[in-house]
Design a protein around this ligand. Structure first.
Ligand code: ZN
Length: 450
């Protein structure tokens, strides 16, 4: 598309800097790059006549605005088949009872095709223009997921999951199979040749991989300069087992294998110790905050402010199906809730709890514009793709949502630019997202094709 949008445009420039243009403009080139943004289109047009030539003019209504697409830093695509089900157990029981049996079924490629088509459709419908997907141990069905993302036009990182120990007999591989499967996957992804969909190295979590396998995966990531994703410090019981096996901290177990790099995103980080936070910061590794899942699986309250203040990059994850929603807008709201609940603990003497150990009268809650950052640019940074996407900086790809807050009912009065965003965050749903663009292509409608 070559177009200019005239109306309200919003995006984040950093965790603390939110920028909005009321009656502004955003121009996109035929190649899907952002070529102009600002308050005064006429001034831009007259000083850039060549760029402005042949742009289709799209006028937004008073209730519409453009924002960057949502980034889901952590989602298990196969678990979409059980989203909203089986959320009555803590992590390790939940894995054994529901999740491993489900994932084992992805040896069936027809089943994989059906589920993966649906999950990409659902995430796009909810405005996820970039997702970091875990698939399963199976090479063929993981490729099916990657092809679905390409076909439907979503930007994605896709990982063949690796696990060679502490897993059930019906869903485990040898270290050799994990390594050869990962190498074959990377090779097949090269043949797929998509600029939008890339492979990511995916040890399931430290507990399900031997030290040797983790190290081999770290070597592959370094050799091919690949992204890396896994889980860290999600649940107290799990952390004790990891420490017992690896004789170091959870972060130390990954670092020893070369798996903490500037292209690494680790889900959760609920219970990270100070030394682990410092290690993540030193390695420029990121955290995917998954508030819904942390609540559903009774893992705990992740203190995002603590991580951000320590200089760690944080994005949001739905963690389907530990999380019950595929929507990052939902994750954004849950992140605000979790931050408020932490604030209560730090400032209130709650009846029955005694004096909380973590009292902090100066604690500052997350604000909605900061959560908006986590859901967009923070996520893109966490996935090391912020040179391409995450906000509307000149030269980036046009990954965007056209939001209309009047789809279900018109607000009772005209809303100020920031109020439009607030209204969408606190009361909106996927129905308010009327268009989704990835690299300049309209994809929301395309996702309903076969
Ligand atoms: Zn997960």
């Amino acid at each position: 598309m070559a177009a200019v949008f005239l109306g309200t445009i919003v995006h984040s420039k950093s965790f603390s800097e939110f920028e909005s243009f009321e009656r502004g403009f955003l121009a996109v080139s035929a190649s899907g790059k952002i070529i102009g943004i600002g308050h005064d289109y006429q001034a831009w047009e007259s000083s850039n006549p060549v760029l402005a030539k042949d742009l289709e003019v799209v006028r937004l209504s008073d209730y519409q605005f453009l924002m960057p697409g949502f980034v889901d830093c952590h989602i298990h695509a196969p678990q979409f088949a059980q989203v909203g089900l089986g959320l009555d157990m803590p992590l390790l029981d939940w894995l054994n009872t529901y999740t491993f049996p489900l994932e084992a079924k992805f040896s069936d490629q027809q089943f994989a095709q059906q589920v993966y088509k649906s999950v990409v459709e659902a995430t796009l419908r909810c405005g996820t223009t970039l997702a970091s997907y875990f698939a399963t141990n199976h090479l063929e069905s993981t490729l099916i997921l990657a092809r679905e993302a390409v076909r439907q036009g979503q930007r994605a990182l896709v990982g063949k999951v690796c696990s060679n120990c502490n897993s059930p007999d019906f869903y485990v591989e040898t270290a050799e199979e994990a390594v050869s499967g990962t190498l074959a996957f990377v090779e097949e992804m090269k043949k797929l040749g998509s600029p939008l969909v890339l492979p990511t190295i995916t040890p399931r979590f430290a507990l399900s991989c031997s030290k040797e396998l983790l190290k081999d995966l770290g070597d592959i990531a370094r050799r091919f300069d690949l992204h890396i994703q896994s889980h860290i410090s999600e649940n107290l019981a799990e952390i004790e087992v990891v420490k017992g096996i690896f004789k170091t901290s959870y972060a130390g177990a990954y670092d020893d294998a070369g798996l903490l790099t500037n292209k690494t995103v680790m889900a959760h980080g609920v219970h990270l110790e100070d030394e682990e936070v410092a290690l993540l910061k030193a390695r420029c590794s990121s955290v995917a905050h998954c508030p819904a899942s942390n609540t559903m699986l009774s893992s705990g309250l992740c203190d995002v402010q603590r991580l951000v203040n320590a200089g760690v990059t944080v994005g949001l994850g739905t963690d389907v199906s530990g999380g019950n929603s595929v929507s990052i807008q939902d994750a954004l709201l849950r992140a605000l809730d979790v931050s408020k609940h932490l604030d209560f603990f730090k400032k209130q003497n709650i009846r029955g709890m005694g004096e909380a150990k973590t009292q902090d009268p100066n604690y500052v809650q997350l604000k909605y514009k900061q959560a908006f950052y986590l859901a967009t640019l923070g996520g893109a940074k966490a996935l090391s793709l912020d040179h391409l996407t995450g906000n509307f900086a000149l030269g980036k790809d046009f990954d965007a949502l056209l939001v209309d807050v009047s789809v279900l009912e018109s607000p009772v009065r005209r809303l100020h630019v920031n109020e439009l965003v607030e209204k969408f965050i606190y009361t909106g749903s996927d129905r308010n997202i009327v268009e989704v663009f990835v690299a300049g292509n309209r994809v929301k409608k395309g996702c309903q094709t076969t």
